[in-house]
Design a protein around this ligand. Sequence first.
Ligand SMILES: Cc1cc2nc3c(=O)[nH]c(=O)nc-3n(C[C@H](O)[C@H](O)[C@H](O)COP(=O)(O)OP(=O)(O)OC[C@H]3O[C@@H](n4cnc5c(N)ncnc54)[C@H](O)[C@@H]3O)c2cc1C
Length: 474
Amino acid sequence: MPDKYSRFSELPHQAVDVIVIGSGFAGLAAAIEAAAAGASVIVVEKMLAPGGNSLISDGGIAAPGTVYQLDAGITWDSPELMYRDMITAGEGLNHPQLVKVIAAGAKAAFLWTEEFLGVSYKNRVDIFGGHSVARCHTPESVSGRSLIKKQIEKLTSLGVPLYLGTPVKALVQDERGRVVGIKVADRDGGLRSDHADQTTIHAAKAVIVAAGGFGSDVAFRQAQDPRLDETLMSTNKPSATAEILKECMWIGANPVQLSRIQLGPWASPDEKGFGLGPLFGDYVALPYGVLIDPATGGRFVNELSDRKTLAEAMLRNRHPVIGIADAAGAQTAGWDLQPAVRKGVVKTFASLAELAADYGIDPGALQDSLSRFNHMVIRGEDCDFYKPLLNMAAPIEHPPFYAMRFWPKVHYTMGGIQIDVLARVIHRDQYPIDGLFAAGEVTGGIHGACRLGSCAITECLVMGRIAGQQAARL
Ligand SMILES: Cc1cc2nc3c(=O)[nH]c(=O)nc-3n(C[C@H](O)[C@H](O)[C@H](O)COP(=O)(O)OP(=O)(O)OC[C@H]3O[C@@H](n4cnc5c(N)ncnc54)[C@H](O)[C@@H]3O)c2cc1C
């Protein structure tokens, strides 16, 4: 990352063509495209560091038809299949035209990160619940940081300034309702009034909103879904709040599906934030292991269900559940679990009896459940919960056994402001608001009832790039 970003005191006095709010994947993709198309662009970010939730993400990106899939022997994936998977998980609430654009643009977005920006990916593809094939590509760093770093390098080479510590307080409209700028404050500035500390920056072409989701905004999220109070932890950064979403609504943007808030079912209640547990949960225990209700010692769900199904099944148990995999599953998955083990989030056991004793599970019931599951693995069919038993699934019987407590955390907000396929923000009366575009988690309707793992980054890049290209064309 560059060690010098632009400062509030250096904000431009002249109008720029395009202002981008937010420095996550979506905002930076938009800024790069707008600048590459010849527009003068600035990015404003309220935090003192760039990247938002994008920076702390795993960086996993879904794309069909890549060489990585071919290397893994997957020849049958396609944009149509990805579209169907997203609509199925979204329970048909997804805005279908947006999903089509994203599935169709996924491979190009992935190649853009790899070939244009220079991100390196692991030579593997992973499957997450709800996808019908392995299509998640993970960067070598297993972190969104590498993509953010490359995006910022590209922006710097294009001469685009990124202003940190610059919260946007309001959108500015002209007398005909066109968005023509923003009001920013330095970090302690006042809200909505023409406070002395507020500065107006004019946009000659457009403002692009890429301010992320609202998973950390307890009051706002709880108003949408009263179950999501402060006792439920979140994987998000504290900066994931709703003020820009509310500002868009204030000027008439249509909010869609705000109560559709995703809980990450692969999280551990034994650590704060996203933590190290999800690497074991999502990449090892769910595909190659089982989930056990400690009260019964039995399985209770298809572990490769989508996130909504899994999280709801866990919440019905009313207590954390135990994810278990063995040495063979861990080896097949091929991830380094030692950091999570050292942190104490994932535990290892020499025998199932030890594991059962540690979590207070009836050892006989646990042994019976695993024997039954192993038998079904050998037969290749899960007659209890219909988990797709992957080619590489093997009976869970080789010590050491790995285990983690699972409990959902607020992870992603599917709802947001309505956009069309050109990333234009749609007014509540269903016309595009002049001069206003949006992309990324601040938008709604793409994932419907449930976002599939690794589809958010795809969406941020596809729609962010479109927003930047369209804004520059005005
Ligand atoms: C821990 C974690 C892991 C994840 N892993 C994956 C994954 O592997 N694959 C996947 O597809 N998805 C993943 N996701 C989801 C995905 O990372 C996010 O949905 C995506 O990064 C959001 O990008 P964005 O650009 O929309 O918003 P963000 O990256 O959150 O960026 C928004 C930015 O806007 C700024 N901002 C907000 N309000 C203002 C304001 N008033 N003024 C100025 N700036 C403002 C914020 O500070 C922030 O920096 C993960 C999410 C989390 C939390």
